[in-house]
Design a protein around this ligand. Structure first.
Ligand SMILES: [Zn+2]
Length: 263
């Protein structure tokens, strides 16, 4: 049974004993109530809670808890599991113990990306190494490579996500595309708007430009600029190219990318 989520988060509480409790609830509200009832008498601190419906059976829900079990014994944890399993509203229960003291991740959900589509979660150091390696090997043409790769990714992403969400309104879709880029971590804030036949994106704390500041590359945005060109190309149904006209690495408050039709 797939239970996909978008991002896996690591929890780090030095000195604590942590565990991840995962449940499949056949009646979500009653299941949560039963869980609270069982946990009420135990000294277990809840660190984080994540829940989503089973998209294959909307009556069911997946619930994942990160808990601090420092103050209870293994026997008490076993008793807790037995009590929870007695609930008629709980179909499945799994408890994952962290192998590393103080550090735990959500082991219950399968992390595959936005809307259940596979996506690559790239960390800041991995992305820095990737950009650095590309520029070392390809020199300045790495920028062109990143731009065109980003553009194809933007076209592909916009095509599949627009079909999934069934959005035909262009301005609404551009707002959604901005949300996607933000949720994927490309910037702290992303706003994409249409002005006549131009598509403009304003990004606050653009990840790529922050990395490029360390690598001292100007103009900074190539991959992100490509994504905007790809989204514009898909959205407007004709070929677009994009330029970064303001950038944090040029002293501007934010990065602004403008996409225009090529013909
Ligand atoms: Zn920039």
């Amino acid at each position: 049974m797939p239970r996909f989520r978008d991002l896996s988060i690591l929890y780090y509480l030095p000195g604590r004993r942590l565990a991840n409790i995962g449940l499949v609830l056949t009646h979500p509200t009653r299941g949560i109530s039963d869980l609270c009832e069982v946990m009420r008498g135990l000294d277990v601190d809840v660190v984080a809670v994540d829940m989503c419906r089973n998209i294959e059976n909307f009556d069911e829900a997946f619930l994942s808890l990160i808990v601090d079990i420092s103050k209870i014994s293994d026997e008490q944890l076993e008793d807790l599991a037995t009590e929870i399993r007695r609930s008629e509203n709980v179909k499945e229960l799994v408890i994952h113990h962290s192998q590393i003291p103080g550090l735990v991740s959500d082991m219950f959900f399968d992390y595959r990306g936005t809307l259940g589509r596979r996506s690559l979660i790239i960390s800041f150091p991995a992305l820095t190494g990737f950009f650095q390696g590309l520029y070392d090997i390809l020199g300045d043409s790495a920028g062109a490579f990143l731009y065109h790769a980003g553009k194809l990714a933007g076209i592909e992403g916009a095509t599949s996500h627009r079909v999934l969400l069934n959005v035909s309104d262009i301005d609404l879709w551009l707002r959604i595309a901005g949300l996607f880029l933000r949720s994927l971590g490309y910037a702290r804030e992303v706003s994409i708007t249409r002005i006549d036949d131009r598509i403009e994106a304003t990004l606050k704390d653009c990840l790529e430009c922050q990395i490029q500041a360390r690598l001292r590359r100007l103009p900074s945005s190539n991959w992100t600029r490509g994504l905007i060109a790809g989204i514009a190309t898909n959205t407007m149904g004709r070929d677009y190219s994009a330029e970064e006209v303001e950038c944090i690495n040029l002293g501007d408050q934010h990065c602004r990318i403008v996409a225009r039709p090529t013909t």
